[in-house]
Design a protein around this ligand. Sequence first.
Ligand SMILES: [Zn+2]
Length: 386
Amino acid sequence: MSSTLVTGIAELTTNDPELGVLSGPTHTAVVLDGPAVAWVGPAAEAPEADVRFDAGGRAALPGWVDSHTHLVFAGDRAAEFAARMAGEPYAAGGIATTVAATRAASDAELAATVRRLGAEAMAQGTTCLETKTGYGLTVADELRSAQVAAALVDEVTFLGAHLVPPGADADSYVELVCGPMLDAVAGHVRWIDVFCERGAFDADQSRAVLTAGRERGLGLRVHGNQLGHGPGVQLAVELGAASVDHCSYLRPSDVEALASTSDTVATLLPACDLSTRGPLPDARALLAAGATVALASNCNPGSSYTTSMAFCVATAVLQLGLSIGEAVTAATLGGARALRRADVGVLRPGARADLHVLDAPTVAYLAYRPGVPLTHAVWRAGVKVA
Ligand SMILES: [Zn+2]
């Protein structure tokens, strides 16, 4: 594999505590050698490489780490979305529509969707992608969802506990998830997740799912506090989950719990809050308390059908009150922490060579010019992909 010297970087966000943000009249350079970053520093001192790329005075940053998506699905829910925009409420049960379409789709159709959306995300600077099962909800359909995802994305999460399938008894379904379904998928996933919410799974059921996953060596993630004040955040912190996602309804005790630990990241999904016209999370309270915050797309056909992390960053700045730097950190390093990865979301020697060059001189343009495509070039693991 060849090496690439990227020169002409006007502003380099590294997320490394010692390197910080490199900017100024003399441009910065990065050397990508094979799949890893080999060197970061002043362009004038850069070592030679096989290939040169002149960023032309643009800003660069680590590729986005999108730590929460649901890409293994079939069908769309545009009509449901339009009805919601016309005043219908959002409820967890809409997931059943996607479950029916997913069960009816072939493995090849499911893989094509993951590939298409993964490529769409990468073209916009996403270089590390998590995705979940959860639209199969039978042993066979969850297994093939996990297998499809495992072949195509960085991180795969088992979300058999997304919804109690229509007609099923909740406690019997939880037993299925914790037993035969987990046995089938455990070898194909790194994480287990549960939709801990009124209308989905209560605290006891969620605890049973997460505990069963932990006993099989899986890391824990939680969908919590999206539709109301629920037990999701407290359960996630108590069990040491890597992340609790949504966090739209937080009591002061939830904020305190998230601030009390460096184990559990609060992952905010503002594109979903907008698409469901739900309340936005109190991101400022989380940051002020010292919680670790991540931003993710929650790309799924029901409540957040976007792969654009730049949109999430712009929204976080313009509507959640984050500074540009806080939002960029949350969408890169925050996502990496939510996935417990030290190799992505950061640019320093040894990190994965995931580099995103913006068509802008500073990262501020991500929110200053909202909605404008600003990706100029992308490398993932040293390979130029956009
Ligand atoms: Zn989700």
